[in-house]
Design a protein around this ligand. Sequence first.
Ligand SMILES: Nc1ncnc2c1ncn2[C@@H]1O[C@H](COP(=O)(O)OP(=O)(O)OP(=O)(O)O)[C@@H](O)[C@H]1O
Ligand SMILES: [Mg+2]
Length: 324
Amino acid sequence: MDDNLLLKVQDFSLSYRTRKGDVAAVNRVNFDLKKGETLAVVGESGCGKSSLARGLIRLFPRNIKNVEGQILLNNRDILSLDEETFRKEIRWKEMAMVFQGAMNSLNPVLKVVFQVAEPLIVHYDIDRNSAFGRAKEVLSMVGISGAFAERYPFELSGGMKQRVIIAMALITNPKIILLDEPTSALDIITQENIMNLLKMLKKELNLSYIFITHDIALTSELADKMAVMYAGEIVELSPVEDFYSNPSHIYTRLLLDSVPTLRGEKKLKSIPGSPPSLIDPPSGCKFHPRCPYVMDICKTEEPPFYKISENHFARCYLSEDKKV
Ligand SMILES: Nc1ncnc2c1ncn2[C@@H]1O[C@H](COP(=O)(O)OP(=O)(O)OP(=O)(O)O)[C@@H](O)[C@H]1O
Ligand SMILES: [Mg+2]
């Protein structure tokens, strides 16, 4: 086994129970993550990005129906661990998460340093003084130093609140951080500052990230490899260079065509139609009802993963001619 391999996700699926039927939010997802590597996960709203991340850290909603597959962390299957062991040994300690929209759920009546220290006191039984010391240390690492640590959330800007949220994820010194839309509520300058902070932390602490975003333009800054999700599935997995220069799945290509470039020289195209219901998804390739190149086989047969090159796979019949 590759010594640098940290996380191996195999055939991971999960579904939710609803009154209208079961929602297959994550469907047989496979990927690897090495030490210090960043995987960006992109795809339209509702394709299952947050479900995947919350599933990896095992924070399931009440109406979870089914969870399947394997999640190997350092070759140990953490999906089959009992909750107590997972909570003590894995969640926050090995793998932490920055939740989508978390900066809006900071406790308004607690100074930020207390909020950052809390997991150490609650989960790790560390005495308050040491916990506050460590909280100040990580806050300063994310650019919030001195008196700012003693402030209440309403006294901080959006960018600073997001830094506090990142500090919370760092406090237990995890190796993997799941970042769910960490910059989506921020203006473009602040977004750039947070991206720079994430890059700096990745380098300094040799962190691995799973970086979820619907803003594809941001991925080139941080990602080593890309997973494109559609209707609960990873439909293309590739090194970041291939994602931009040699996208294979038609969905990936259309997704790229819908992203504005800095110079704005290309004409933007939107993807026709809308994502399918995950309660009763289309047969065959789930993208086929929206695909301009649909063929008969796409409507009935689920495409296999075609290997385009060593680390590049796509689930599209039109990738077949690119197979090596
Ligand atoms: N607790 C739940 N119960 C039922 N359905 C859910 C639940 N949570 C999410 N879903 C559904 O699962 C699918 C995937 O949702 P998820 O939040 O993972 O998507 P996402 O890619 O993160 O979207 P966004 O980009 O909007 O954050 C969607 O169809 C969503 O409506
Ligand atoms: Mg989400």
